[in-house]
Design a protein around this ligand. Sequence first.
Ligand SMILES: [Zn+2]
Length: 203
Amino acid sequence: MEAGASHLFLGRVRDLSVRWYIWEELRSPAPKVAWHHMVWFSGRIPKHTIIVWMAILNRLPTRVRLLRMGLAIESDSCLFCGNKAETRDHLFFECHFAKDLWSSILDLCCIPRVACSWEGELAWASLLLKGNSLIVKILKLAWTGHVYSVWKERNSRLFGNRARSKEELLGDIKEAIQLLLGGKSFNTAGSSNIALSAKWGIA
Ligand SMILES: [Zn+2]
């Protein structure tokens, strides 16, 4: 509870207007964070965005975080490259495995840029992925799908399952986007949407 709201509970709540005032005091809406629309957007895939949300808050149990929490794990090495510590920042956009996957996604959107860092990619997405255009819809799903897929693949390798390739992960991301956006009339409204839809298989 907000320290400034505690005095409201000293007496009995007598009428609706007081209760409404208390509710307004308690809910104290926090200012929206810049990445809000990258987690809570219409048409999101909840199992993807919950992982994104945890990643943004740096709450995913990466090996470096587990060691810091005192867990006895044998190594803090990245499960993809094996030569860097597995931090959130390394895992999602700095490691060559994730960087290549994200580059393939950007290629499919004809965006000529190279992934830089977690902070950089989050800032880029938060700043630019706004509005209702087809490319924004695709990129928001792809950005969240990328983070989810990398984390899922990391967990899979941790538990000794077959290592899947970057192409297989990209296939999963495309399939999820096809299920959500495939066949919509909006996809063929204009030449740029037609070209984009063809690349993503959602025409
Ligand atoms: Zn790595």
